[in-house]
Design a protein around this ligand. Structure first.
Ligand SMILES: [Fe+2]
Length: 107
């Protein structure tokens, strides 16, 4: 979805299509965060509160940045944010709980 949005913006495609992609990404992140937090809760992850705080902060920033894109066509900030979410949160922050969750699953 992020790559499709990037392609669409680079090719100056219709804003309606881009808005639908942004909505889809937003829905995906909501489900992703909820599912993750539920799993962390079930496994008694000790850092759940701070991880949940990261999700809340990302959700607030995402909402603001989406609005800036819709209102002012600020696609640079939007794409930078999505890249940062992917590279920093998913590939770094989320990796911190993997061993804890794996232990929970296998015991
Ligand atoms: Fe996360």
């Amino acid at each position: 979805m992020i790559n499709t949005l990037h392609f669409s913006i680079c090719n100056k495609q219709d804003h309606t299509f881009q808005k639908s992609l942004i909505d889809a990404i937003e829905n995906y992140t909501k489900i992703h965060f909820q599912t993750e937090e539920h799993l962390l809760e079930k496994s008694n992850y000790p850092e759940l509160a701070s991880h949940r705080k990261l999700h809340d902060e990302l959700a607030i920033r995402r909402e603001h940045i989406n609005k800036e894109f819709i209102d002012h066509d600020d696609y640079v900030t939007l794409l930078q944010f999505l890249k940062e979410w992917w590279t920093n949160h998913i590939n770094k922050d989320d990796m911190e709980y993997v061993s804890h969750v794996m232990e929970y699953i296998h015991n």
